[in-house]
Design a protein around this ligand. Structure first.
Ligand code: GTP
Ligand code: ZN
Length: 346
């Protein structure tokens, strides 16, 4: 039986998590086990590069002498917890990475960030896209397809909600001047890089990517693949393709992949996502959006309880401060931006 046929996934619903103490039956029935040891104390740790149909490509000992990419399945103790690209996981079983071997993921380490989406805005059920990313590169075209403020707003809301720092790359600047479009985001501290395929600012983008795990998002056709291919040439892609999971030697564009970028002796990770059709925001907490506007969040401490900070909110401290001119012209622009983002999912 090949690892492909192995099925040790556990679909049963469980209320438990790894914090529960598991007591093993004592075969001899004499002395009960009293010592509670952490299970799998000798597990290896790695991070998930990609996922395909229940199989996970995991990089173990990143940057170390024994770095290797292994294939793993979920262990039953994970219950219904989903493992996603970017997760740091503990593994047991055969973690050699030798061909035909299969390790088991027994634990998911605490996530620093979690990028999520819902099927639509009224749906509170969320799907996790990527764990532990600390940056989001929003790829948008200056033209063809026409850039849309609302789509970028939605990416921004998802990033701010997840605690991920967004930046924007405008592609196809050979086709149109992006300045009028970018004016919509003047109220945000949003780094912007301009790109055109005949003159890509690879140095500038790479500088921003090293030392980070950056999730790339963008609508189909904006030139994201062109950009990713230039940043991480195929020749350097020994690691990270989810096709190692299927072994079929083809890139499944419907899944998320992690690609290692080397630049100036430093490493960064590009996490490329497929063009997600719906980017539902049903799960978003407005407080997280306000939190991304530290200056306004301070003022909002004087808002009435439950204040939405939207234009019709009575006694909103931010609105009052802006009207009184206390936050200057930039304060007004930032309030406009905040209100627009809050309205995208209100
Ligand atoms: N004029 C111009 N065309 C570009 C530029 N970047 C990419 N393109 C073209 O835009 C088209 C889409 O580029 P891709 O890189 O495939 O876009 P993508 O975002 O990966 O799209 P999907 O593969 O559908 O997800 C291709 O025909 C590219 O050659 C650019 O800077 N300027
Ligand atoms: Zn308010």
């Amino acid at each position: 039986m090949s690892w492909w046929d192995t099925d040790d996934e556990d679909e049963e619903y469980g209320e438990y998590d790894e914090a529960d103490v598991r007591i093993r039956p004592n075969r001899k029935g004499s002395r009960p086990r009293t010592k509670v040891r952490p299970e799998h104390a000798d597990a290896d740790t790695g991070f998930v590069l990609g996922v395909d149909r229940g199989r996970y490509a995991v990089l173990v000992d990143e940057g170390g002498p024994d770095e290797r990419e292994i294939i793993a399945a979920r262990a039953s103790e994970l219950r219904r917890k989903s493992v996603v690209t970017g997760d740091r996981v503990d593994l047991v079983g055969d973690t050699s990475g030798d061909e035909g071997t299969l390790a088991r993921i027994v634990r998911i380490r605490e996530r620093t960030t979690l990028l999520r989406r819902s099927a639509d805005d009224t749906d509170a059920v969320e799907r996790v896209i990527v764990a532990n990313a600390d940056q989001m590169l929003i790829v948008i075209a200056a033209a063809n397809p026409e850039p849309r403020v609302r789509l970028v707003d939605r990416y921004l809301v998802a990033a701010y909600d997840a605690g991920i720092a967004p930046l924007v790359c405008v592609t196809k600047t050979d086709l149109a001047d992006p300045a009028p479009f970018l004016a919509n985001f003047a109220g945000l501290d949003l780094p912007v890089v301009l790109s055109r395929s005949d003159d890509m600012p690879l140095e500038e983008i790479s500088d921003r990517l090293v030392g980070h795990r950056t999730v790339f998002v963008g609508h189909s056709g904006v030139g994201k693949s062109t950009l990713v291919n230039a940043l991480v040439p195929d020749a350097n892609r020994a690691t990270g393709h989810v096709n190692v999971v299927t072994g079929r030697g083809r890139h499944t564009s419907s899944s998320t992949v992690s690609l290692r970028l080397e630049h100036d002796g430093r490493t960064g990770w590009v996490i490329d996502t497929p063009g997600v059709r719906s980017f539902g925001l049903g799960h978003v907490d407005p407080a997280n959006i306000l939190g991304a506007f530290a200056d306004l969040a301070r003022v909002a401490e004087d808002c009435p309880r439950g204040c939405t900070h939207l234009p019709d909110s009575p006694d909103c401290a931010i609105i009052e401060a802006v009207e009184a001119g206390e936050l200057g012209e930039s304060g007004r622009v930032r309030l406009d931006s905040l209100q627009r983002l809050l309205a995208t999912f209100a």
